[in-house]
Design a binder for this molecule. Structure first.
Ligand SMILES: Cc1ncc(C[n+]2csc(CCOP(=O)(O)OP(=O)(O)O)c2C)c(N)n1
Ligand code: SF4
Ligand SMILES: [Mg+2]
Length: 325
């Protein structure tokens, strides 16, 4: 309780942007009651990625076909003979999520043309983790975005290869400890900066790119709805806090998602037809140490390294603001 009070004092007020102002009127109780990602799956306690999937599916509705790469969400949701997926769902290989999703879109179109499916929009969806997106699936993703398929691709970014035991990916942030980026005398942990996947997707000139986080559920919900309505490819990159891999208590996942946004580590923005807009903005960013502190994966970081990370975040945030202004 004491900690919660302290948190209230230091959290800056949200300066509402247009999207956020609109969202004030959306009440969670007006969201669909249907659960397309059923409970009873085997995700770890406090997993924000499972929450993100649940919210995404609510916003998408039932008329979807999902191609889901190997990764935590596939592993926890489909131990034979059970499944948590109440929508059509295909488990695909690690490297070809976007290729399968684009094939699905073409196949659905052909079946409708031949009158073998009702004429309604069934959206093709690709879902993968950061390893399946930023590393091994990037070639198939780039091809699908460039070809202009009517599909949405979701990257659930928990910042490492988690289901296989916390190995680094190109989306792991600088300084983070994983089993393949161990800190020591010669290394700060992860030695490279987080790959900027949303920017890479935006560089394809597709109609819609967004970042989201389940700690801001209304913002996430609205972005998924928007992507659902768009004809052509959309890419949504969702920061998915992973208590197990980040070494935080399970009841802190939502808080760390907020801190990621409040510090500018993971800004929430969208790029619609090339136009940038920051959807959740603060008068002043919180210091990055507020986000780093308490995460076991960063516990070895020295003040020098934290200062280096801070400098990078300010620079990246300023560049984003310049694009959005
Ligand atoms: C070609 C290939 N290489 C490696 C693997 C083993 N593998 C399965 S899932 C996975 C990690 C997935 O990481 P990510 O995409 O970030 O998903 P997460 O588990 O973190 O949700 C790996 C290495 C595989 N299935 N196929
Ligand atoms: S390892 Fe992390 S992302 Fe995977 S199920 Fe557990 S908490 Fe969720
Ligand atoms: Mg991952």
């Amino acid at each position: 309780m004491v900690e919660e009070k302290k948190e209230k004092k230091t959290t800056p007020k949200v300066k509402p942007t247009d999207t956020v102002r609109d969202l004030k009127y959306i009440k969670a109780k007006s969201w669909p009651q249907e659960e397309y990602f059923a409970s009873g799956h085997r995700a770890c306690q406090g997993c924000a990625e499972a929450l993100a999937v649940r919210l995404v599916l609510k916003a998408l509705g039932p008329d979807v076909v999902i191609a889901n790469a190997t990764g935590c969400m596939e592993i926890v949701s489909s131990p034979l003979p059970t499944t948590s997926w109440n929508v059509p769902w295909i488990h695909v290989a690690f490297e070809n999520t976007a290729a399968v999703a684009s094939g699905l879109e073409a196949g659905l179109k052909a079946l409708m043309r031949k009158g073998r499916l009702p004429q309604k929009e069934i959206k093709a969806i690709g879902m993968a983790g950061d390893g399946g997106t930023a590393d091994i699936g990037i070639q198939a993703l780039s091809g699908a975005l460039e070809r202009g398929h009517n599909m949405i691709y979701f990257c659930f970014d928990n910042e490492a290869y988690m289901n296989t035991g916390i190995q680094r990916s190109s989306s792991t942030p600088f300084g983070a400890m994983t089993t393949t980026s161990p800190p020591g005398k010669m290394s700060p942990g992860q030695m490279t900066w987080k790959k900027n996947m949303p920017e890479i997707a935006a560089a394809h000139g597709i109609p819609y790119v967004a970042t989201a986080c389940p700690s801001y559920p209304y913002d996430l919900y609205e972005k998924v709805k928007k992507a659902r309505a768009i004809q052509g490819p959309s890419y949504i990159h969702i920061l998915s806090v992973c208590p197990t891999g980040w070494r935080i208590p399970p009841d802190q996942a939502i808080r760390y998602g907020r801190l990621a946004v409040e510090t500018g580590f993971f800004p929430l923005y969208e790029v619609e037809q090339g136009k940038y807009k920051i959807t959740i903005e603060f008068p002043k960013l919180r210091p990055i140490k507020d986000y780093i502190e308490g995460q076991g994966r960063f516990r070895h970081l020295t003040p020098d390294l934290i200062a280096k990370i801070q400098e990078r975040i300010f620079a990246e945030y300023a560049a984003l603001k310049a694009k959005a202004s």
